[in-house]
Ligand binder design. Structure first.
Ligand SMILES: Cc1ncc(COP(=O)(O)O)c(C=O)c1O
Length: 477
């Protein structure tokens, strides 16, 4: 070991794992590991200043001024809804109270409280004091077992090991994309579709290819278009059923056709089923996995919508892999990804078994009846408004309305249309450009019934004010 004065620093030369300078502070875990820590050059040469702290003896390429920049990932993280809404001038008419039909949070108006059994489960979890610590990163075994029991069916059986608990369905989607895709790969995403898929993919260098949904066919997938987009770098097909923003529910036959395309091209599916079972009476909505004989599926879901507690941030991934195509690699990959943040909130995990087992069926059915009734009010009101073409939903919490823009020459596009609807009528609907689908807007149907009725009346008045019949010249074009 040799020491010399070097610009107020002692240089401590170490041989092998040898002896440390008196003032060397080296984490125990790094001793002898060859891992260079702060102040270590990785070649056994360490620098210690007179005060005993560590710093390099010769600062290479020292910065002359502050320059702290956001990472590429941060800069590439874009939420299209924010990008559009933040750019809108939203100044409501002071004579009319604001009605926001734009927020996909069923709790905002207080008219759709969660069930007492759900609240009790949470209170019990807190009072027990058993869930204040860290859980395994994939979630407590008991809670995973509860989810497996809840969703298992003979066609798609689930064990606890097939369930990963996450921080909301959003994190489930993030992990699923993260484990299946590399930068440069592409994912197939519905259009119109939930904007988070693109936000997550693009920020990590994954490309997004949008496949069309067909409003005239109740938003079924244009299967030919979807298939035409698949190439050797397509690493995942995202299917949202029931749909945000469309409120559509695919039939069993349509789901089978989707599976056929995925099977033909060996593309795994990320099934976003956060609205599973939120389907109107008379509609059947099997899970994709229950119909799949070979296609491996990561089904993402959570408590947010069906149990009406989006703020509780509890989601899950159900791994369906009957033919062992994902195998241990994808399972291990998912486990590794959960270790980045050590998983979902433990209190909610503690309440999960009770939430799933004790919520009465009447809670689910009354929520669905309300959503259906509000959808029917909205659909029948807007169907008779000149220039608007609402599409009746079959589930979830949304309804899409087409705007015949050629009848509304006062407005450039759906963003302009919805902005002026706020200015004149204090009604805010999300322009569907936020879902990459211009000339439509989305209505959230969770608002109280009287608000829905009032909002529809104002939308009618607005359209009547601005609607222009087509001239002969327009018709000739
Ligand atoms: C289709 C879809 N997937 C996922 C999510 C995210 O759910 P969570 O709030 O559990 O993260 C939403 C939320 O609106 C959604 O609409």
């Amino acid at each position: 070991m040799s020491c010399r004065m070097d610009n107020k620093a002692y240089l401590v030369q170490m041989n092998g794992d040898g002896v440390h300078g008196k003032n060397m502070v080296q984490p125990k875990s790094l001793i002898g590991t060859g891992v260079a820590g702060k102040g270590m050059l990785g070649n056994g040469v360490h620098h210690v200043n007179v005060n005993g702290s560590l710093y390099p003896a010769k600062a290479k390429s020292r910065r002359q001024r502050w320059e702290v920049k956001a990472s590429e990932m941060a800069n590439n993280t874009l939420n299209p809804i924010r990008a559009i809404v933040d750019g809108m001038k939203l100044s409501p008419n002071p004579d009319k109270p604001m009605i926001a039909l734009s927020i996909g949070d069923p709790t905002v108006f207080g008219n759709l409280p969660t069930d007492d059994a759900v609240l009790q489960a949470m209170k019990d979890a807190v009072d027990s004091q058993k869930f204040n610590g860290y859980a395994p990163s994939v979630g407590y075994l008991k809670s995973r077992q509860a989810v497996a029991n809840f969703y298992s069916c003979p066609e798609a059986p689930l064990e606890a090991e097939d369930v990963i608990l996450t921080s909301g369905c959003s994190q489930a989607i993030e992990l699923a994309i993260g484990v299946l895709c590399n930068p440069g790969d592409n994912v197939l995403v519905p259009c119109p579709g939930f904007s988070l898929y693109k936000t997550l993919a693009v920020s990590t260098g994954i490309k997004v290819k949008l496949y069309n949904l067909l409003p005239e066919k109740s938003w079924e997938i244009d299967l030919q278009h979807m298939e035409s987009l698949i190439d050797e770098r397509t690493s995942c097909l995202i299917v949202t059923n029931p749909s945000n923003p469309c409120g559509s529910v695919f039939s069993k036959e349509h789901l089978q056709k989707i599976l056929k395309v995925a099977s033909k091209h060996c593309v795994p599916i990320l099934a976003d089923e956060i609205y599973s079972d939120m389907v109107f009476p008379g509609c059947n909505s099997p899970s994709l996995a229950s119909l799949s004989s070979d296609v491996p599926i990561l089904s993402c879901g959570g408590l947010a919508k069906r149990w009406l507690v989006p703020g509780w941030r509890l989601g899950w991934i159900l791994i369906h892999d009957r033919n062992d195509i994902f195998g241990s690699e994808i399972r291990q990959g998912l486990v590794k990804l959960t270790q980045r943040i050590l998983g979902a909130c433990t209190i909610v995990q503690g309440a999960l078994e009770s939430i799933l087992n004790n919520t009465p069926p009447s809670f689910y059915s009354s929520t669905i009846s309300f959503l259906k009734s509000n959808s029917e009010i909205c659909f029948s009101e807007l169907s008779t408004v000149p220039g608007l073409n609402p599409v009746m939903p079959s589930g979830a919490m949304y309804l899409m309305v087409g705007i015949e823009m050629n009848h509304f020459p006062d407005f450039k596009n759906d963003v302009d249309f919805t902005e002026r609807l706020v200015t004149e009528q204090s009604v805010f609907c999300l322009p569907a450009s936020a879902f990459e689908y211009p000339n439509f807007f989305r209505i959230v149907v969770t608002v109280p019934e009287e608000m829905m009725v009032e909002a529809c009346a104002r939308i009618r008045e607005f359209c009547q004010c601005h609607y222009q019949p087509l001239s002969c010249e327009d018709l000739d074009q």
